[in-house]
Ligand binder design. Structure first.
Ligand SMILES: [Zn+2]
Length: 313
């Protein structure tokens, strides 16, 4: 069942159609992204009521821990190769901050990043809505992980010096209450790091409804810098810095190229279609590389925003 929603930024219910795209996990299902007529924010509308039914298994086709042990498809292999590097990249982003102490990862998945930070002497806490991922993080790494943000707000006594959300904010059902809860959890001088796909990126515009970063209907909002800054400001946060996430550009360009090729039925079977695979790799490397080489502040496919609280509570 689908339900119509208002703009989460300004509350307006006036909108125009922006694009229609299919679910990458089930091609038959089509969803709309609309543009708010008042503030220009892009959001999925209508959205599924039962959002959890549409949630992707950790990575397409299975759970992260199965894929790392036994990769089967091309996307599994990409994940296996890039995953350790992406965890290290996240750690380096935190290492550069002039703080250490308590770290919360909201949407911690199987806990790989949190475990990395635990070994770097951080006191860590996770939130993961997927029970399978949560159980894995607890049993495999011995991490402290709860199921929901509300649960943590109720039971938490000490604030966090850093809160990270790696591609989580675009999946929460209520943006305003999420920001208000995060404000309660973050220490006065703390950092809130939010990683999101960038709908105004070069590859998003090039691939339009084939752009993998749309990820409908799981992504309910489609951010760019302007609108992330706006909602952050509405809740007492300011964006102090932002930078590109190079892995996201490579991944998104490659996967979007695959999706587009698949739509045009060029491939019979990816495992045997090597020329097309090599061509796709080349295109994604060139495009991804181009945007990476343009520096940290270009309009890349994925952006990491650094938020600070404007006032102490
Ligand atoms: Zn609006």
């Amino acid at each position: 069942m689908m339900v119509e929603t208002k703009c989460a930024l300004c509350g307006s219910d006036n909108f125009e159609h922006y694009l229609t795209s299919s679910d990458r996990l089930s091609d038959a299902d089509q969803y709309d992204i609309v543009k708010c007529s008042e503030c220009g924010f892009l959001y999925t509308n209508p959205r599924p009521v039962d959002q959890e039914k549409h949630s992707a298994p950790f990575i397409e086709g299975g759970d992260a821990f199965n894929i790392l042990a036994e990769p089967k498809s091309i996307s599994d292999w990409i994940f296996k190769i890039f995953h350790p590097a992406s965890v290290r990249w996240k750690r380096r982003a935190i290492d550069k901050l002039p703080t250490i102490g308590r770290l919360l990862d909201f949407g911690c998945r199987t806990g790989d990043f949190l475990f990395e930070m635990k070994t770097a002497k951080w006191e860590v806490q996770g939130i993961e809505v997927d029970k399978l991922g949560m159980d894995y993080a607890i049993s495999q790494y011995g991490l402290d992980v709860v199921n929901t943000l509300e649960e943590l707000v109720e039971n938490n006594s000490e604030k966090f010096d850093v809160i990270t959300m790696w591609h989580t904010l675009d999946k929460v059902s209520d943006l305003s209450s999420t920001f208000e809860s995060l404000k309660l959890l973050l220490a006065d001088n703390g950092y809130l790091l939010i990683a999101l796909p960038n709908i105004q990126s070069y590859d998003a515009k090039r691939y339009k409804n084939d752009w993998i970063g749309l990820d409908l209907p799981r992504h309910l909002y489609h951010f760019d810098r302007e609108h992330l800054t706006k909602i952050a400001g509405d809740h007492g946060f300011s964006v102090s810095n932002y930078r590109n996430i190079p892995w996201d550009t490579l991944h998104n360009v490659f996967m979007s190229a695959l999706k587009r090729a698949d739509k045009h039925r060029w491939n019979v079977r990816w495992s045997i279609n090597w020329p097309l695979l090599i061509w796709t790799l080349k295109v994604s490397w060139l495009m991804g590389g181009k945007w990476i080489s343009l520096g940290r502040r270009c309009n890349g496919s994925g952006v990491l925003y650094y938020l600070r609280r404007e006032e102490s509570l």
